[in-house]
Design a protein around this ligand. Structure first.
Ligand code: DI6
Ligand code: FE
Length: 406
């Protein structure tokens, strides 16, 4: 009786485990799995028996590099329409904040998303998830935040879950009701925060539609005191939080996220050293979103050196959204993390695997180690640094999710 379902021989594994080796690399390696879980990831010479006796199916990876499936821990890919027109306006000099103040920006996507039927929203959003999957993503976070009322926020979250079921990809959903002020609440921001805390959040928690709760803490969005109310409501319902923090200004977002033991604080361009210390103490992941930095032509760099010095785990995500990050490739975001933020290619890959898993509170994936989910990608590259090096192209050869090739 074979022990395992499948065994791949002749692999080069970028395990991303903390082994002291760059990328946790193991060459001349083998990878075995059973029932969707890795049973062996190590040197081929260390296999506990003859391959044919170990697994029902044995084949060769032809010495290809294999990484954990990429994890995109911050996206807003469920939305209707697009904002190519706004892109043109920004290029001719109108700022993102100015467009938001004039009722464009996020609110224009809200109008389209509210109007779209659930099927239309699904049909428009699915190809974006498919694009990420085609580029190596096997776990994906999707936020709501373009509905801004209970009906449309739950519609978005249902569509997000349906995308996961349709593609066989693992989707984690995040409720982002505190993304923007919906027009019907103009001049009544406190009432909208009440609506989130008293009505929307409890209903969404009850329907088990969200795995976490997020908020946009910014001058053009929600103040720290308002975010605090949302986070207290989330905590009372047993939901973990994340925060869009310090993207366009320093409102102390990182420290606020840390105070609530957030899974992650995201963006962080304007975060101070005190904020970085708070993240380190709370074991909160710092998520870099360089494609938004790029799209907004920002110049204030996030404090990468301080994050390193204080040992904060750093994730990298696409932030797919129609306004500030129309990027449908996590590898492109990894490239930008290197070129724009001067992260190393290894840090970028760590940020899109093991640290991204932490940012989603998922302990069962992100590395190639026995006991982890058999989510992995076989790449046509000579070195794992190439995953951050190339822009475009299609180096992906095979994708496995829970041990099943897709
Ligand atoms: N920060 C962002 O970069 C996106 N949301 C957020 O909170 C932008 C969303 C949009 O412009 O549609
Ligand atoms: Fe975002």
């Amino acid at each position: 009786m074979p022990l395992w379902d499948h065994l791949l021989l002749d692999c080069r594994l970028a395990t991303m485990a903390e082994t002291g080796q760059a990328y946790g690399a193991v060459e001349n390696a083998a990878l075995g799995w059973k029932a969707g879980v890795i049973t062996y990831a190590g040197p081929q010479s260390g296999l506990p028996g003859k391959p044919a006796e170990l697994a029902a199916q044995v084949d060769s990876a032809g010495n290809a590099w294999i990484t954990p499936g990429l994890i995109d821990c911050h996206t807003h890919l469920v939305f209707a329409g697009n904002r190519a027109e706004e892109f043109a306006h920004r290029l001719s000099g109108t700022s993102y904040e100015e467009i938001a103040r004039r009722g464009g920006g996020i609110v224009s996507t809200v109008t389209k998303t509210r109007t779209a039927s659930e099927d239309e929203l699904f049909t428009q959003s699915l190809p974006r998830a498919q694009a990420l999957l085609n580029d190596g993503v096997t776990t994906l976070e999707i936020k709501s935040g373009y509905g801004l009322n209970l009906e449309s926020e739950t519609k978005m979250l249902r569509v997000a879950r349906r995308i996961g079921a349709e593609l066989g990809i693992s989707v984690r959903t995040t409720f982002l009701g505190a993304h923007a002020l919906p027009p019907e609440f103009a001049g009544r921001q406190a009432d909208y925060v009440d609506e989130i805390c008293v009505r929307m959040l409890p209903a969404i928690a009850h329907a088990k539609l969200a795995d976490a709760v997020d908020a946009f803490c910014e001058g053009i969005a929600f103040a720290p005191s308002e975010v605090r109310r949302v986070f207290e409501a989330a905590r009372a319902l047993g939901l973990r939080v994340k925060l869009h923090a310090d993207q366009l200004s320093d409102l102390g977002g990182a420290a606020l996220a840390a105070e609530f033991a957030a899974l992650s604080a995201d963006h962080l361009e304007y975060t101070s050293e005190a904020g970085v210390r708070a993240l380190a103490a709370a074991c909160t992941v710092a998520t870099m979103l360089p494609a938004a930095f790029y799209t907004l032509r920002e110049s204030k760099l996030p404090p990468i050196r301080l994050l390193r010095e204080h040992g904060v785990p750093v994730a990298v995500a696409s932030d797919v959204n129609p306004g500030t990050s129309p990027v449908l490739s996590l590898r492109t975001a990894m490239n930008m993390a290197c070129t724009l933020f001067r992260m190393t290619p290894e840090e970028a890959l760590r940020g899109a695997t093991v640290n991204a898993a932490r940012a989603l509170g998922l302990a069962d994936r992100g590395t190639l180690q026995a006991g982890k989910r058999a989510d992995f990608v076989v790449w046509d590259v000579d070195h794992p640094a190439e995953l951050s090096y190339w822009i475009g192209g299609n180096p992906l050869r095979r994708t496995f999710i829970e041990g099943r090739e897709i």
